[in-house]
Design a protein around this ligand. Structure first.
Ligand code: ADE
Length: 231
């Protein structure tokens, strides 16, 4: 897979991806990640990338010219163009899984105040939000999405662990609490059942604790999906 990120802050996007598992995945040739400064596509002498809103309103928007030029240079036949924006569809684990099948992801990082809508209409395949809060720019959001996708690519996690076992995989439950050594830490004991060697009992305990944790922290995951609208 190849990933290109176009942003006003290329270092912000890249820093989290140049550590640990994602760094290793790049070294192993599983993914190639490039981060580009949007200003390098700005043609005027001040390298201007944003401007005031037409019709009035607070703040600045990303201008169309540099982003259109960047996409023209970077897009290939198989590219999926993603805009990171708080106005996007919420990013879920199932989206991370779906994006692993793409050959080329091109991220356009929104300005927190937004982008000219012609960019969305003409260039963008998907608008994605990583949560209901507003970041100062979309570079961190792009890095978050890349991390979630790249760790699912075959070979990225090594053999230690299968992504199928974790939270948000099927079924839609959070993971059960987990413990390591020592088995007694200041009188706080690891639950007996986990030391019992009874695989059936351990699985049952994990299912019950996972359900309990999901009920407490994410009851929305246990609700039935909303009925689809009738035509
Ligand atoms: N840019 C600013 N806030 C964002 C968010 N929550 N998700 C994606 N991109 C963003």
């Amino acid at each position: 897979m190849r990933i290109d990120i176009v942003t006003l802050f290329p270092e912000i996007a890249l820093a989290p991806l140049n550590e640990s598992i994602i760094k290793r995945a790049q070294g192993a040739g599983i993914v190639e990640i490039h981060s580009h400064d949007l200003r390098s596509w700005a043609r005027d002498k001040h390298r201007k990338t944003d401007d005031y809103l037409c019709g009035g309103g607070q703040g600045m928007l990303l201008k169309p010219e540099p982003l259109f030029a960047a996409v023209k240079d970077l897009r290939r036949e198989t590219t999926l163009v993603i805009l990171t924006t708080p106005q996007g569809r919420p990013f879920k684990q199932e989206d991370a899984r779906r994006l692993t099948t793409c050959d080329h992801l091109l991220f356009l990082c929104g300005h927190y105040e937004g982008v000219d809508h012609r960019i969305i209409e003409e260039l963008v395949d998907e608008e994605i939000s990583i949560g209901d809060y507003v970041l100062t720019n979309g570079a961190l959001a792009s890095a978050v999405i890349c991390d979630a996708v790249v760790r699912l690519l075959p070979g990225a996690l090594g053999d230690e662990r299968s992504p199928e076992e974790e939270s948000f995989s099927n079924p839609n439950l959070l993971e059960a609490p987990a413990y390591t050594k020592p088995v007694d830490f200041r009188g706080l004991k690891v639950p007996e059942v986990l030391l019992s060697g009874h695989h059936g009992e351990i699985e049952k305990w994990k299912r019950e604790r996972a359900l309990e944790r999901t009920r407490r922290n994410r009851p929305d995951l246990l609700e039935p999906p909303p009925a689809t609208e009738q035509e």
